[in-house]
Design a protein around this ligand. Structure first.
Ligand code: HEC
Length: 152
């Protein structure tokens, strides 16, 4: 009985050390993720992630407009505004004026959509937002295989 208690104590101390080490590793990992996120203004992999988030949000916003669910419209629109703000940052870092303009239009349309409460205004700003996709893609998106794109 005594032995097993001692043993338990020992192992709980070990666990503590393990926990500390794990915690440190996690902090390190979180740090990398945060810095990775901040440093991603010019990262093509991050760019692809932003773009992949666009269609699901556009679809969800459309459905929410149809359902007259303004809170959900605003939620999706705010997500789109964040995405296109990141896209804008990318193109600013590249100094590509046409893309900067399109990304600004997209971001601002998303912000207008987030604030709009009647379905006509919502539909109009979503349309403005969707008007930017094709223009930017034909100028700056290069197809390199099925479903694979590069930035040009
Ligand atoms: C300012 C430029 C710009 C705008 C605006 C823009 N895109 Fe893109 N998009 C790109 C570029 C560049 C790529 C290619 C690089 C990539 O795929 O990461 C791309 C790729 C994509 C991809 C493929 C992602 C992947 O890597 O699989 C999707 C999907 C996409 N865009 C959707 C949209 C939609 C929908 C809109 C409009 C609501 C939009 N984009 C607006 C520049 C833009």
């Amino acid at each position: 009985m005594q032995r097993s208690t001692t043993h338990m104590k020992g192992s709980s101390a070990d666990n503590k050390i393990m926990f500390k080490t794990t915690k440190r590793a996690l902090l390190l990992l979180a740090g990398c993720t945060i810095f990775g996120g901040l440093g991603s203004a010019q990262d093509p992999a991050a760019y692809s992630g932003w773009m992949k988030a666009v269609n699901p949000s556009v679809r969800a916003a459309n459905a929410a407009i149809a359902a007259k669910d303004n809170a959900a419209v605003a939620t999706e629109a705010n997500k789109l505004a964040v995405v296109f703000d990141q896209v804008l940052g990318y193109w600013k870092s590249k100094g590509a004026d046409d893309a900067i303009k399109l990304a600004t239009t997209a971001r601002d349309a998303a912000k207008t959509l987030a604030a709009a409460t009647d379905s006509d205004a919502q539909t109009a700003s979503l349309k403005t937002l969707q008007g930017t996709c094709g223009q930017c893609h034909s100028a700056h998106r290069e197809s390199v295989g099925p479903g694979q794109f590069n930035i040009k």
